[in-house]
Write a protein that binds this ligand. Structure first.
Ligand code: ZN
Length: 232
């Protein structure tokens, strides 16, 4: 690894890969309620925890309490999520909406950014953001939408995270506004370095420039990364 890689690590904004990365990458592991708490996380491994719309059994008032009083207060937890809306899964949509609204309030109370799983509910999400006027920033992960969709979301103040498959114009729009992140999500054997290479080619910029910019952005978007002393 080069000194630059250590100074400006790759940022994996959303991963379900259980392994810790090496010193060249900073990872935000997306955990569900039932997964082990990241007590063993050290170095550049951090976590986000939330109520995923797929886990219908987790969408309860007790889970919200557990999140607020225990899980989200862990120092290695730097975001709430993934939370979200999914019109394709079997969890009743009204139930998803109720708990998503609760998580939005929770993220604001705890000053945590929100990581969002979104499937075929973009208009609802945009409406909700207008209505709720959250002060915490919202990041839609795994964004594969077309530039028109990206434009609508960027106009509404969203951040977008891109993985293995993305629309290059959408990435360019988000990156140009300082609101793009990159991720590996749950794709086996996908390295964040390869997602960065793909993105830097698509954007026509150097890997170094991309790494430096996204790392600086991550320190602002996930303020708890700095609370951890910056000594990771
Ligand atoms: Zn995910």
């Amino acid at each position: 690894m080069t000194p630059e890689e250590l100074q400006f690590p790759y940022v994996d904004a959303h991963t379900h890969c259980p392994e810790e990365g090496d010193a060249t990458s900073l990872q935000i592991h997306s955990l569900h309620l039932t997964e082990a708490m990241p007590e063993h996380f050290a170095g550049r491994s951090f976590a986000s925890i939330g109520l995923h719309p797929w886990q219908a059994e987790d969408l309860t008032e007790e889970s919200l309490l557990l999140l607020e009083e225990k899980l989200l207060t862990e120092p290695r937890v730097v975001a709430l999520g993934e939370a979200g809306l999914d019109r394709v899964c079997s969890t009743p949509y009204s139930k998803q909406l109720h708990f998503f609204r609760e998580e939005v309030k929770l993220a604001d109370r705890l000053d945590l950014p929100l990581i969002i799983h979104l499937v075929r509910a973009q208009d609802d999400l945009v409406r909700l953001k207008k209505e709720l006027r959250p002060h915490s920033p919202w990041l839609i992960h795994g964004f594969r939408g077309k530039p028109q969709q990206a434009e609508q979301l960027l106009r509404s103040g969203f951040y977008l995270s891109f993985g293995r498959h993305f629309h290059s114009e959408s990435l360019a729009l988000a990156y140009g506004q300082g609101r793009a992140f990159l991720e590996t999500d749950d794709v086996p054997n996908l390295s964040i370095a390869s997602v960065y290479s793909e993105a830097s080619r698509s954007l026509g910029i150097s890997l170094e420039e991309l790494r430096e910019k996204l790392y600086a952005q991550a320190l602002t978007f996930f303020p708890r990364l700095l609370n951890e002393g910056g000594n990771y």
